[in-house]
Design a protein around this ligand. Sequence first.
Ligand SMILES: Cc1cc2nc3c(=O)[nH]c(=O)nc-3n(C[C@H](O)[C@H](O)[C@H](O)COP(=O)(O)O)c2cc1C
Length: 197
Amino acid sequence: MEILTLIKSRRSIRVYEEKSIEDDQLKIVLEAARWAPTGANLQPWHFIVIRDKKMREEIGKYAKFFFLKSAHVQNAPCIIVLCYEKNKGRFGIYDATLAGANILIMAQSLGLGTCWIGAFDEMKIKQLLDIPENVAVVALITIGYPKENPDPPPRFELEKIVHYENWHNVKEKSFVETISKSGPLSILKKFFKYVSI
Ligand SMILES: Cc1cc2nc3c(=O)[nH]c(=O)nc-3n(C[C@H](O)[C@H](O)[C@H](O)COP(=O)(O)O)c2cc1C
């Protein structure tokens, strides 16, 4: 698949077939993770593969945002717990995140669905999996064969988010910026600038 098409076709999948993923496919996905870039090539990452149903259910208990539980966590046939060693460089969180992005895209190319889970109780997950103190958990990535085909959620147009040469050269100004340049907010802004001097 052409790379941009592949990237655009990836969706967060929250409903999975009850079928475990093949070892070969899992290996390819982890291999893609391993080849992501890292600061000073320190490779501080670790990937914990959870396939055991009981353990997935336990993890699922702690994957929630306040009281909203992400049911798809325990229902996915596999969870990859994305971690990094905190004492290996300053960029562990970025290193692990880049590996995670490779996982999502590689999985997509193999016909697997994934979902990045950022809402979880890190302390509980660490206790459950016996993860050492110096290791942080960045995300839980659910992975399996998709049983849904969600429509793509909207993305901001490039005109709104790409700036050329400096912050001000953006084709479409944000609402706040437009108002603050020409409306009553600009007067307030000038006033506060004046009083802060
Ligand atoms: C940092 C991060 C945290 C996320 N946390 C969750 C989560 O806790 N639960 C969940 O169901 N989806 C989570 N997602 C998935 C997003 O909701 C999803 O990527 C977004 O709505 C865009 O949809 P798409 O992935 O289909 O393009 C997270 C994604 C990212 C990048």
